[in-house]
Design a protein around this ligand. Structure first.
Ligand code: ATP
Ligand code: MG
Length: 628
C-alpha cells in the first residue's frame, strides 16, 4: 500500500463508515447478486452486513482465478516425512469440486454441519472449501485435540458428517486420528458419515455403513460442482475457541463479511503480491489457519506453503529449510514458536538461505522484545518488517496491526487499528482512557464486517460475553491494553491477567518480558494471588535455559531475578514468589494457561479436564513445588 492510499482509506472510514465498507465489498468480492444494504443494526448486537447480497465463498477463492492463474501453484505442501505435492489453482478447484460432490452424495446439504478433524494436509483445505461450495457449515477441530474435546464439539455443532484421516505425521510419530473418532462417534448420534483420508497408511478399524474412504468417495465423481448461492450472512463456519479462558465457545462466522476481511488484511498487512510465496505456519484448527491458510491466500490468488509436521523434525532448522527450498517471501508464525526455535540458537537459521524473505508476521500473544529482536535480526536479517497482528477468533481477521513500510514499528506493539476498525481503550465506566500508558479495556466501538455473529446455539452467552460489560455499546475483547503518547496500542494480556499490586496496575506480559530477557531464562509466566498486604502478589513461573536449579543456586537465582525485575520495571514489580519449572502448561495452540497457574499459585487443586493441554504432566511438577 502507498502512504497516500493509507491516508485516504483512514479518512474515508472516518467520514463515511458504511460507505467505506460498501465500496471495499464491491471492489473485492465477486457477487452473484450485489447487495443494496450495507449494515443492518436492527437486531444489535447481532449485526448483519451486506445482508441482501448473494455469493459463494469458494468461487471467490478458486473459480475466479482460473482465467488468469489456472496453472499457478495454489498450495505447495510438504509432509513431515519430506513428501512434496503442488496443487495449482486448476487442480485445487477440481479436487474441491469432487469432494463437494462426494459430500452431496452422502446427503450433506446447505446448512448442515461438517466436523473436520485432519492433519495439516491439502485435503483439510479441500474439505473446508468443499463445504463452502455447497453451503455446508464446517467446524474444524484441531488434530491434536483429544477424543473428549472432539466429541464435545461434534455434539455442540450437531454435525452429521466428520472428515478425518487414518493418521497424520507429527513429531516423528503417527497420530491415529481415525482411531480417536472411533472412540467417540458412538456417543455422537447425529453423525452418519465418516470420511477417511488415507494419509499415514497406519492400520485402522472400519465401520461399514458409516466409514467411507476419501479416495473411493471421489473416484467416479465429476470435478464440476455447481456452487450454491448463499446470502452474505449464511454461516461459513463455526470454530471453537482454544479455551484458555473457560469452556470453548462455538464462534459463528458469516460468509461475505468474513471473506472481505481476509482479502483486505492479506493486501494491507501482508502486502500480498502476485509473485509472493506466503507461509502461515498455523494449523487449520485455529482461526489463523482459517483466515490465512484456507481462505485469505486463496481469495487473493496467492501461492502458499503448507507443512504437516513439527518444527523440530528432523532438526530445529526445518522451518528455515522449508523457507529456503520453497522460496518463502512472507512468513507468519506465533511468538511461542519463535521462542522455541530461538532456544536452539542461531546456527540453524544461519545455515539456510533466507534471502527471499521480505516480511515477517506474529500472532497469538504479545511478542516480547527478546523474541522480536531475534526474529528481526536473525530470521529477517534486519531487512524484513515484523507485522505484529492483534486479533481474535471472534474478530475473524487482523484488527490492530501495522501497514508495513508505512506505520513505523515498535517492538512489542501491534501499533494502530486498521482502516475501518474503531478500537479504543476504556476504563471501568466505559470512558476512553486519554492519559498515555494507562491501562484499560480494549474495545471495538463500531461493528465490522468480519466480526463473529453469535455463539452457536447460545446467543445469550454471546451478548453476555462480548457486549453486556458496557451496555451493548462496544465489543469487549476481554484483553487489557494501553496506548502510548503516539497512540500506539500495547496489548497487556487478558483483562483477568492484569495485576493490581499496592494500587498499581501491572501487565503480566511486561514482567514476563523482563524475566525472559534475563540470560538464564527461557520462558516465564506471571500470575497474581491474593495478598493481605499488597492486594495482589506477583507469582512468577520460570523455565530456566539449563536444568532447574536447587539449593543455594536456586536461592541466588531467585534473588538475582527479583533484583533484575526491580531494576528494569521498578520495585513494585518484583515477584513475591518465583518457581522453577521444566515447562509451562500450554494449550495446543501454544498459549500459556494462566488460569491453571493462578490456581497453582493460590494452592488450589486443579480439578478440571486438562486433556487439551499440550503437556498435562507439567501440572504435577508445578504443584509439587513449595512456595518460597
Ligand atoms: P479463549 O477465548 O477460549 O480463551 P483464546 O483467546 O486463546 O481462547 P484466540 O481467539 O485464538 O483464542 O486468541 C485471541 C487472543 O490471543 C487475544 O484475545 C489476545 O489475548 C491474544 N493475542 C492474539 N494476537 C495477539 C497479539 N498480536 N498481541 C497480543 N495478544 C494477542
Ligand atoms: Mg479469547
Amino acid at each position: 500500500m502507498t502512504e497516500e492510499l493509507y491516508r485516504r482509506l483512514l479518512a474515508e472510514a472516518e467520514s463515511d463508515y458504511e460507505g467505506f465498507w460498501a465500496r471495499r465489498a464491491r471492489e473485492e468480492i465477486d457477487w452473484i447478486k450485489p447487495f443494496t444494504r450495507t449494515l443492518d443494526e436492527s437486531n444489535a448486537p447481532h449485526y448483519r452486513w451486506f445482508d441482501d447480497g448473494v455469493l459463494n465463498v469458494s468461487v471467490n477463492c478458486l473459480d475466479r482465478h482460473i482465467a488468469q492463474r489456472a496453472d499457478k501453484p495454489a498450495i505447495v505442501f510438504e509432509g513431515e516425512p519430506g513428501d512434496v505435492r503442488v496443487l495449482t489453482y486448476r487442480e485445487l478447484l477440481a479436487e474441491v469440486g469432487r469432494f463437494a460432490n462426494a459430500l452431496r452424495a452422502q446427503g450433506i446439504n446447505t446448512g448442515d454441519r461438517v466436523v473436520i478433524y485432519m492433519p495439516m494436509v491439502p485435503e483439510a483445505v479441500i474439505a473446508m472449501q468443499a463445504c463452502a461450495r455447497i453451503g455446508a457449515i464446517h467446524s474444524v477441530v484441531f488434530g491434536g485435540f483429544s477424543g473428549e474435546s472432539l466429541k464435545g464439539r461434534i455434539i455442540d455443532a450437531g454435525a452429521t458428517a466428520v472428515v478425518t484421516a487414518d493418521g497424520g505425521h507429527r513429531g516423528g510419530r503417527i497420530i491415529g486420528l481415525k482411531a480417536i473418532c472411533d472412540q467417540v462417534l458412538d456417543e455422537c448420534p447425529t453423525v452418519r458419515t465418516l470420511f477417511v483420508l488415507k494419509r499415514a497408511g497406519n492400520a485402522i478399524a472400519w465401520r461399514p455403513g458409516r466409514d467411507i474412504w476419501w479416495h473411493e468417495a471421489v473416484a467416479d465423481v465429476s470435478a464440476d460442482c455447481a456452487p450454491v448461492a448463499v446470502g452474505s450472512e449464511h454461516p461459513l463456519y463455526l470454530l471453537y475457541t482454544s479455551g484458555s479462558t473457560g469452556r470453548p465457545k462455538g464462534i459463528q462466522h458469516a460468509s461475505a463479511g468474513y471473506l472481505l476481511g481476509t482479502i483486505l488484511t492479506m493486501r494491507w498487512v501482508f502486502d500480498i503480491r502476485e509473485d509472493d510465496v506466503f507461509w502461515c505456519t498455523a494449523d487449520v484448527g485455529w482461526v489463523t489457519g482459517h483466515s490465512y491458510v484456507a481462505y485469505g491466500p486463496l481469495a487473493c490468488g496467492a501461492t502458499m506453503v503448507m507443512y504437516e509436521g513439527a518444527p523440530t523434525i528432523p532438526d530445529p532448522g526445518r522451518f528455515w529449510d522449508l523457507c529456503e527450498r520453497h522460496r518463502v517471501s512472507v512468513f507468519y508464525t506465533a511468538p511461542t514458536a519463535i521462542r522455541a526455535l530461538k532456544k536452539h540458537g542461531d546456527d540453524y537459521p544461519r545455515g539456510h538461505d533466507l534471502s527471499r524473505l521480505r516480511l515477517l508476521g506474529s500472532v497469538g500473544e504479545p511478542i516480547n522484545p527478546e523474541a522480536w529482536m531475534w526474529y528481526y535480526q536473525v530470521i529477517g536479517q534486519g531487512r524484513c518488517p515484523i507485522v505484529d497482528t492483534w486479533w481474535q477468533t471472534e474478530t475473524g481477521v487482523h484488527m490492530i496491526a501495522p501497514i508495513p513500510g508505512i506505520v513505523a514499528l515498535k517492538p512489542g506493539s501491534c501499533t494502530r487499528p486498521l482502516p475501518g476498525i474503531v478500537a479504543d481503550v476504556v476504563d471501568a465506566e466505559g470512558t476512553p482512557v486519554t492519559a498515555p500508558d494507562e491501562g484499560g479495556f480494549l474495545v471495538i466501538k463500531r461493528p465490522w464486517p468480519s466480526m463473529l455473529r453469535t455463539i452457536w446455539g447460545d446467543p445469550e452467552r454471546y451478548r453476555e460475553t462480548y457486549w453486556e460489560r458496557f451496555q451493548n455499546r462496544y465489543y469487549v475483547s476481554g484483553d487489557g491494553a494501553r496506548r502510548d503518547a503516539d497512540g500506539y496500542f500495547w496489548v497487556m494480556g487478558r483483562v483477568d491477567d492484569v495485576l493490581k499490586v499496592s494500587g498499581h496496575r501491572l501487565g503480566t506480559m511486561e514482567i514476563e518480558s523482563v524475566l525472559v530477557a534475563h540470560p538464564l531464562i527461557a520462558e516465564a509466566a506471571v500470575v497474581g494471588r491474593p495478598d493481605e498486604l499488597t492486594g495482589e502478589a506477583i507469582c512468577a513461573f520460570v523455565v530456566p535455559r539449563g536444568p532447574r536449579p536447587s539449593g543455594d543456586e536456586r536461592a541466588a537465582l531467585i534473588a538475582e531475578l527479583r533484583a533484575w525485575v526491580g531494576e528494569k520495571i521498578g520495585p513494585i514489580a518484583k515477584p513475591a514468589d518465583i518457581r522453577f519449572a521444566d515447562n509451562l502448561p500450554k494449550t495446543r495452540s501454544g498459549k500459556i494457561m494462566r488460569r491453571l497457574l493462578r490456581a497453582v499459585a493460590r494452592g488450589e487443586t486443579v480439578d478440571e479436564d486438562v486433556s487439551t493441554l499440550e503437556n498435562p504432566d507439567i501440572l504435577r511438577q508445578l504443584q509439587g513445588h513449595d512456595p518460597q
